[in-house]
Ligand binder design. Structure first.
Ligand code: ATP
Ligand code: MG
Length: 352
């Protein structure tokens, strides 16, 4: 049984349908990320989970029991939001212990639990500072500790890193994942940053206009997206239209740009399809005999470990690929492009 089961959640704001049947699950101890562009319904879903919003339809259960009738403060969830301000007149320890104080816990227990939470988020030594005396990353860690100190059944995080600069974001992101795994707590995490979602999550729900377009592991979302929208949102991608598609055991025989390939893909494609080629499915062929496409190198960017390369094809299309850093290739060069069909993935073509 899933620890958390969200089924067919619906929510309207006036006449606007913000959630149009969202279903997700989290197993105990998993971190599940809601990923998608602005306005797709991530926060609305999280607010329904938290109990700050009442959905118009659907159900949410925790360990098998329905929680929709339970008010937010009785759900026992920890919540960390982007703008969840700390109390400016209270010290770090005061902020973290606030919820325990409301629960009228004994002083010694409070002190122990505050110390534990501070250790977990690596804030030792800052007990007596005020929020204005600590950095943005530290403030966000206080917010996390404040949620964790109550030993929540479920942790809900809505873009908790959005106010931090890139470096801090990286640091706090790993800390959140460590703490979540160390404490074995089940968590929902909202972000519109795909690399964050990929790196941190056990499961990712890619959301699109109030629905879940795909719910799967980061690897599956990246390698086997169900549609172009998901592929586009989860990393660099090339798409090529296929002119012939024939199902065979375990995949499809396709024709793309005049060449024949056998590839895996979304089951049930009948006719119109497009081929997804992540940059790592493409390489520059050492000799033209191995090349499927010929093109002209149009852009090159040195990234350190590799070079980002864009090749313009004669039909006007372009392919993005990663090339080894030390490979002698220059803008304007003719290049033969090879496809590693094991890394290619066929998807149904979206009709515009
Ligand atoms: N109180 C409200 N009244 C009317 N519409 C709302 C309200 N809150 C949200 N919406 C709309 O519902 C949709 C979903 O909003 P939501 O906040 O869930 O998006 P989100 O995915 O979290 O986006 P972001 O990444 O920008 O935070 C948006 O189109 C938004 O404009
Ligand atoms: Mg939001």
């Amino acid at each position: 049984m899933a620890a958390v089961e969200v089924r067919d959640l619906r929510k309207r704001y006036g006449s606007f349908l913000a959630l149009d049947g969202v279903s997700l699950t989290a197993q105990t101890g998993q971190l599940v990320t809601l990923l998608g562009p602005s306005g797709c319904g991530k926060s609305t879903t999280l607010r329904c989970l938290a109990g700050f919003l009442d959905p118009d339809g659907g159900s949410i259960s925790i360990d098998g029991s329905d929680i929709l009738g339970v008010p937010a403060n009785r759900r026992g969830f920890g919540v960390v939001f982007q703008n969840y301000a700390l109390f400016p007149h209270m010290t770090v320890a005061g902020n973290i212990g606030y919820g325990l104080k409301l629960q009228k816990r004994p002083k010694t227990e409070m002190a122990e639990r505050i110390a534990d939470a501070m250790r977990l988020v690596r804030l030792q030594g800052l007990e007596d500072r005020y929020p204005r005396q600590i950095s943005g990353g530290q403030q966000q860690r206080v917010a996390l500790a404040r949620a964790l100190v109550l030993r929540p059944r479920l942790l809900l995080l809505d873009e908790p890193l959005a106010n931090l600069d890139a470096r801090l974001r990286d640091e706090v992101r790993w800390l959140i994942r460590d703490v979540q795994q160390e404490s074995g707590i089940t968590a929902f995490y909202v972000t519109h940053d795909q690399s964050e979602a990929m790196a941190m999550s056990d499961m990712v729900a890619v959301m699109k206009e109030g629905r879940v377009a795909q719910f799967a592991t980061p690897r599956e979302i990246y390698q086997k997206p169900v549609e172009r929208y998901v592929a586009d949102f989860t990393g660099e991608a090339n798409f090529l239209s296929c002119t012939r598609v024939a199902p065979v055991a375990g995949g499809y025989d396709i024709e793309v740009a005049g060449a024949h390939l056998r590839v895996a893909g979304v089951p049930g494609i009948r006719d119109r399809a497009e081929l997804l080629l992540r940059p790592e499915a493409l390489s520059i062929a050492p000799d033209t005999g191995q090349a499927l496409f010929q093109g002209r190198v149009e852009k090159l960017a040195f990234l350190g470990a590799s070079q980002h390369c864009e090749v313009r094809l004669p039909d006007g299309g372009a392919l993005k690929l990663a090339v080894q850093a030390n490979r002698p290739v220059g803008v304007g060069d003719q290049a033969g492009i090879r496809i590693d069909s094991e890394h290619a993935w066929l998807m149904p073509e979206v009709r515009q």
